[in-house]
Design a protein around this ligand. Structure first.
Ligand code: T3D
Length: 259
């Protein structure tokens, strides 16, 4: 298949999927959501492929939803957006046997941050930053963030990250268990290939290991994704969300009213 907003390449038994809207820090548009899902399906169907690397082009991994496509006129239903555009990606990532590694090359914010959390493994460049940015624009977590983050870093840190929306740099991400390795920026691609290459040469049981872990998690994940969509619908109708997006577009600090 050919894509416009992502790059798809095969190296040995590994598919490398690169989010490719660097001018917008690889923020998600409807087209990018759709192409990412197609690329995941392509890799899943391809019998030669056993692992997937998910990364971003330019200086970002992914800045989440494209907020310039979320101006007042285009806002629509955020619950619907999650159910139709985002949740199918997260469920596809978890349901497939193939192992997915996030090679987090730069900032990962909002849905971009949680996309990385839905991967089986995360490694980061020294330049990576993780930001649960939702609260900054008047939203709550989605893309399974409220499911994955507490399992990775514990309850206390989860609440801090969601409530304050402050960036976590790569070394801190390593310390709190958000990523398993940090490497110099220039070595990230090789580190990702080395690790996934090793897994791709592994036995049949690699996929079964993922299935075993998924069995424990998936039913709860599905209902949590649905609950996140329900809550995001409420947040998306708030005047604080309107203010949050407007403030982002105007490059100023938002003034929230709690309404
Ligand atoms: O469907 C739905 O809407 C529901 C789903 C929601 C899921 C979500 O993801 S909500 C959360 C959305 N994401 C964010 O709130 C993050 C917004 N971005 C930022 O806070 C900052 O850009 C970063 C912390 C990620 C990076 O900061 P910095 O200083 O390194 O870069 P910058 O100057 O802010 O951004 C560079 C450019 O990318 C800039 O464009 P310009 O001024 O050069 O034309 C900026 O506007 C653009 N950009 C960054 N993030 C987004 C974006 N454009 C559109 N959407 C973005 N999310």
């Amino acid at each position: 298949m050919s894509y416009e907003t992502i790059l798809y390449e095969k190296l040995d038994r590994v598919a490398i999927v690169t989010l490719n809207r660097p001018q917008a820090l690889n923020a998600f548009t409807v087209q990018m959501n759709s192409e990412l899902l197609s690329a995941l399906r392509e890799a899943e169907r391809d019998e030669d492929i056993r692992c997937i690397v998910l990364t971003g082009s330019g200086r970002a991994f992914c800045a989440g939803q494209d907020l310039k496509a979320r101006s007042r006129e285009q806002r629509g239903s955020l619950g619907q957006s999650l159910r139709e555009r985002y949740n199918p990606i997260i469920l596809r990532m978890r349901r497939m046997e193939k192992v997915i590694l996030a090679a987090v090359n730069g900032v990962a914010a909002g849905a971009g941050c949680n996309l990385s959390l839905a991967c089986d493994l995360r490694i980061a460049s020294e330049e990576a930053r993780f930001i649960e940015a939702f609260v900054r624009v008047g939203l709550g977590p989605d893309c399974g963030g409220s499911f994955f983050l507490p399992r990775l870093v514990g309850f206390n840190k989860t609440m801090e990250l969601f409530l304050l929306g402050e960036p976590v740099d790569a070394q801190e991400a390593l310390r709190i268990g958000l990523v398993s390795r940090v490497v110099p920026a220039g070595e990230l691609a090789n580190a990702a290939r080395e690790l996934t290459g090793r897994i791709a040469r592994g036995p049949r049981s690699v996929g079964l290991i993922k299935r075993a872990v998924n069995r424990a998690l998936l039913p709860q994940l599905e209902s949590q994704l649905e609950y996140e969509a329900y809550l995001q619908e409420i947040a998306g109708r708030s005047t604080d969300f309107e203010e949050g997006v407007q403030a982002f577009l105007e490059k100023r600090t938002p003034v929230f009213t709690g309404k």
